[in-house]
Design a protein around this ligand. Structure first.
Ligand code: AMP
Length: 497
């Protein structure tokens, strides 16, 4: 069973009358409706003469048809390449020249940009999919292409919080193995209803969330975007919610969020960015639920998770999923002792096939023994529980000392004067790099003296910020990740004379 879609399709057919998608302002789709729309999309794609292995770019708003299009690409053995609709024309230009798509699905203006780029190469055609206009569509059953489990199913461009976006190549086997691991780890039940308000151009909404529901042919509340009042209105229908930390902090602003309101929920799952201990604690106090935090990325889908049964510990991302391995290692890949900071490396059937057309980059990050060097720094307890302490590119080296920003941020965030913070390193004549705190203040501005007073007895001098920058909000990408590269660029000359 090489093609992941063949596996999904069996479940869809067996539960054809079951609700697949619960949609705002329109009728629900059953799994029969979903299958019909997949066949419709597949027959349209076929009409363009696409063949297995061809790349299809999809840059459309989230919709039920968008999900059907993704599944149709899997069915036909095409390589699905989702793109954030927020990407600019210049960014699109780069992706087009990198992945050489055969088709572009999106709006006309962007299609024109892709088209201009495509004319310079050996590409075929473009498709303006006209999503939503279902009336005249061809509806026929299209055969599912046989695929090897190592064949590519998707390329996900990494979110580029550090440097240039790379295309992570994921195979049918990667998708299938992780969908099964997650479904087992999170005890998926036939009565589950998933609330999915995540974007589906990203691993979180497209694979992690959707696959759990699709593999089990259970219903999914499929919302175009996260909008607090809409999510509150749908929560009574759901049993599982998956979100980024921002979803949880925004829901906490709602006064009507209380234990009774979410007593029926089976589990709240969170990831893609660090969940603060404050949010974890506050959520427990308000709702009685302990958020289950897990850790993953475009290259590996999910690596570790706090347990469904067993202790969920704030500030940690739990244990390796079954069938996978996680180690915290030194530069040579040798595991460091428990309790010491090192690079998080992971191995297993979830690990991607490499970066698209970047063999050197792939060789730098995938070791001969199959471990992928994640770029995240972490610490493991003696029993294997993992905590993330930052990104290696975040690491600040000041006067020869290593400073892990997360450690400093955790202390800053406890200050009553601070709502949130991001710690960065910027060039400094004496120190090489100097630690800088970028803060969102709860009242008037936070001064360096305030910080010195609060951190003085808690952190070594070399870890303490040498400068503070007050901002109204931290720059974040759509997945809630703080864009430290932007902050570093913006404040690069802070210490210039
Ligand atoms: P992406 O490929 O866009 O999903 O980004 C993956 C990165 O997000 C990881 O390498 C981590 O740096 C970060 N990340 C994902 N989950 C968590 C988590 N639970 N806590 C902290 N960082 C996370």
């Amino acid at each position: 069973m090489g093609n992941f879609f063949a596996e999904l399709e069996q479940g869809f057919e067996a539960k054809a009358a079951q609700t697949a998608l619960m949609l705002a302002d329109r009728d629900d789709w059953t799994y029969r409706d979903l299958l019909r729309n997949i066949n419709r999309a597949a027959s349209e794609l076929r009409a363009f003469g696409v063949k297995p292995g061809d790349r299809v770019f999809v840059q459309v708003p989230k919709s039920a048809e968008n999900l059907a299009l993704y599944l149709a690409c899997l069915k036909l053995g095409l390589v699905y390449v989702p793109l954030n609709i927020a990407y600019t024309e210049a960014e699109l230009d780069y992706f087009v020249s990198d992945a050489e798509p055969v088709l572009y699905v999106g709006d006309q203006a962007r299609a024109d940009v892709a088209c201009a780029q495509l004319r310079t190469g050996n590409f075929q055609q473009l498709l303006d999919f006209g999503l939503g206009d279902a009336g005249h569509r061809i509806q026929q059953s299209v055969a599912t292409e046989p695929r090897e489990s190592t064949d590519l199913a998707a390329i996900l461009y990494t979110s580029g919080t550090t440097g240039r976006s790379k295309g992570a190549m994921l195979s049918h086997g990667n998708l299938s193995s992780n969908a099964h691991s997650l479904s087992d780890a999170w005890g998926w039940q036939s009565s589950d209803v998933l609330l999915n308000a995540l974007p589906i151009f990203h691993v979180h909404g497209l694979f992690i969330a959707s696959h759990c529901a699709l593999l089990n042919a259970t219903p999914m509340i499929f919302l175009e975007k996260f909008e607090v009042s809409q999510v509150m209105a749908w929560l009574p229908e759901a049993t599982v919610m998956m979100g980024v930390p921002t979803f949880y902090t925004r829901l906490l602003d709602r006064q009507d969020l209380n234990q009774a309101y979410v007593a029926h929920m089976r589990v709240f799952i969170c990831g893609s960015a660090p969940l603060t201990e404050q949010t974890f604690d506050e959520w427990q106090r308000r709702t009685g639920h302990l958020i289950l935090e897990r850790y993953g990325m475009s290259e590996t889908i999910i690596n570790t998770s706090n347990p469904l049964q067993g202790e969920r510990v704030a500030g940690t991302v739990g244990y390796a999923l079954s069938g996978q391995q996680v180690r915290v290692a030194d530069e040579a890949g040798v595991p460091v002792p428990a309790g010491e900071v090192g690079m998080i490396e992971v191995a297993g059937p979830n690990v991607f096939q490499g970066y698209w057309r970047m063999p050197e980059k792939t060789a730098e990050e995938l070791r001969a023994d199959g471990f992928f060097i994640t770029g995240d720094l972490g610490v493991q307890d003696a029993d294997g529980r993992l905590s993330i302490v930052g990104r290696s590119k975040d690491l600040v080296i000041s006067g020869g000392y290593n400073v892990y920003p997360k450690e400093v941020e955790a202390v800053l965030d406890e200050m009553p004067e601070v709502i949130e913070s991001a710690v960065i390193g910027v060039p400094h004549r004496d120190f090489g790099e100097a630690v800088v705190a970028v803060v969102v203040a709860s009242g008037s501005e936070v001064s360096l003296q305030d910080i010195e007073l609060a951190l003085g007895s808690r952190l070594a001098r070399f870890k303490q910020p040498k400068q503070v920058v007050n901002v109204a909000e931290l720059p974040r990408n759509t997945m809630g990740k703080v864009q430290k590269n932007k902050l570093r660029e913006l404040h690069a000359s802070l210490f210039d004379q």
